[in-house]
Design a protein around this ligand. Sequence first.
Ligand code: 5AD
Ligand code: SF4
Length: 465
Amino acid sequence: MSSRYDRYMNLLKPLSPDDATQGKVYIETYGCQMNFNDSEVVLSILQKEGYRYTGRMEEADVILANTCSIRDNAEQRIRGRIEQFAFQKKKRRGVLVGILGCMAERLKEELLENATVDLVAGPDSYRRLPELLAQCRVEGKGIDTLLSRDETYADITPVRLDNNGVNAFISIMRGCNNVCSYCVVPYTRGAERSRDQASIVREACQLYENGYREVTLLGQNVDSYRWVGPSQGEASEVVDFADLLEKVASVHPRLRVRFSTSYPSDISDKLLDVMAAHDNICRHIHLPVQSGSDRILEKMRRKYDRAWYLERVRTIREKIPGCGLTTDVIAGFCSETEADHRDTLSLMEEVGFDSAFMFQYSQRPGTLAARRYPDDVPPEVKTRRLNEIIALQMRKSEERYAALAGSIQTVLVEGPAKRGEGFLCGRASNYMMCVFPGKGHQPGDYVRIKITSTTPATLIGEVVE
Ligand code: 5AD
Ligand code: SF4
């Protein structure tokens, strides 16, 4: 640790009445699951340096927002929140406000122009947070937005937030090497790098020993996971995503494994075969299609076409019967015509996704699409197309859920359901949420549920004795 850092840390001490603590940290997270896991890494780093976590902003000494830049409305929401943080700073002297994550990376110094913001740290700078916070106390502001080629936080055990003690995220890689023309992520999260496979398996083992029963392996494109390195001091081993999934699935038969996100041109038959061979690998694939039009897919620089996508869906359903399938769709990308839009609708009709995340195209500064193509679909057309996409998906979701009425599903209990007293909830292997009256079951139990009725987003059932 640098001597400058020690100096800052020493200066910090008199600020805190309790020598054992540097103060309380509150963190808000926006965006993807990856970001949620990053917040857990951030807390782990800060706790090691004497900070304590608080779930209450009103009592925090440090307020952090881990931000998302994926669409303009995500950034607008965060700007609104910064105004709320300003209010906290007015009420209590000495409170520090930090902006972390994708928006920090995208806007850098510009964020510091806002008087409320003291600290700006990009996704690869979290190890420096204690030092940056100390610097803020002394110099007023702190910033680090350097992206790294190799940072994976492999050795950091995340502090589990929002903890039901049943499911946990494990980041297996960072960054993204795809160049989807609409997407800001390669710019905010940098180049793709895979995390040491042994550290991933170790984390899964620890989670199982600590009572967790489901892990979700996270990456922007898990199918391009690749680790080359020595294994247990032996010769070099090449581990691709299918190999990694198999290793994690072998940790314990009662530890369920999920993963997200898959990329249509990279999802391999080998992976599907590994899924089919292990009952504890959940039968669910999130496979973003984005558009059903070949012309638009090409402009988006997705590396597959409609026929390829449909072939992958067929193979998934052949190899893994009953596999849950979900997707992401963008409405109103540059130059999208009514015919292109109808191609998206017909693809969704043909596949029948269980559910989907559906968005209007939002131009992101600096991306290829922003530089090359005008954002020329009028807002009211985007909205109308999105509404048509949502209406179709609602109908499909209803059908897909209803088709499971009468079936028996193995559900991993997560905790009480919102539905009311005595109801529990948990997910079926295919990712559908299931609600049922509990019979003394605890979070982490596996229960067999007979599905008696359904909604477009929930299976409702009862325990099979
Ligand atoms: N506008 C709208 N949606 C976007 N996504 C990514 N970038 C944009 C954008 N500029 C969507 C994609 C991706 C999901 C995470 O967010 O559908 O799969
Ligand atoms: Fe948002 Fe993408 Fe960053 Fe996740 S990686 S926080 S979705 S911009």
